[in-house]
Design a protein around this ligand. Sequence first.
Ligand SMILES: [Zn+2]
Length: 308
Amino acid sequence: MGVALRTRWPWVCRDQPLRPWVNMAPPMDKRVNHCFMAGFRMRLGNGEGSSLWLDNWLPDGGPLSARFPVLFSFVHCKSRTVAEGLRDNAWVKDIRGGLSIQAYLDFFALWDLLSSIQLEPEVADTAVWWPAKNGTFSVKSAYYLLFAGRTRCLLGKIIWKSRAPERCKFFMFCAMKNACLTADNLQRRGWHLAPICHLCSKDIESCTHIFLNCAFSREVWGLVRGRIGFLHAVPDDDLPTWWCAARKVVTKRERKTFDAGVILVTWLIWKERNARVFDGRASSPACLFATIKDEWETWLAAGLIPPP
Ligand SMILES: [Zn+2]
């Protein structure tokens, strides 16, 4: 509730910018800032009250700084208003330095975007709090906003209680929430790259594909299954469902070890994908299986996994 209450202050500062105490505003902490930025919009009129790069004023949402983060890193003057920026395309002068390819792509996309913006000189910009129906901030709406994106990861408990190292648990948590930076997720963030899976070079790369449906990964899972005599089928269409069912046939004592094994295989498949993308190195399923065995031995030696 404290965060929702404190979000009122930045809101009032933007909604009533001419009040004398506005400059006395205490510094915002990160959580208040995130809550405020998530609910705050500027409804564009003449563009004189909205920050070009930092305010959320685009009709389809998102400040330019978040929408074009690479280009934004080259922006020198971040305080320009929308009106100033659009006048004779002055925003172009804000960008300094030798641009990267991605920054050029951002630049051209932004050029198209800003070319379509029409200002209304007679109308002032207005602050809008979109979670509230009347567009005005209320603590209640901020409170609901704080919990709006909360989702439960069914496997969260299993992952965090497994015997795998912390970095692998964190990776697995992201993988189960479909949050790894696979080609489909990068495209959604505006990156322009070939969406083809680097492991099989056949299908579109996504978390589900890489860890489940990919022919390469299925071969690796098959090798793991064959060598340890594990009778459960290779993961099919849904890794969380398979995982929940598979661990039930393992004795309770060995479940945390089994969970660590699932995490290890998934993690090393992901590392293999990254080695192909970033280092140009590719291993066969048999080589990757050997790496999995070596890593498992290391976990055993480190005491993470109890000896069989
Ligand atoms: Zn594939």
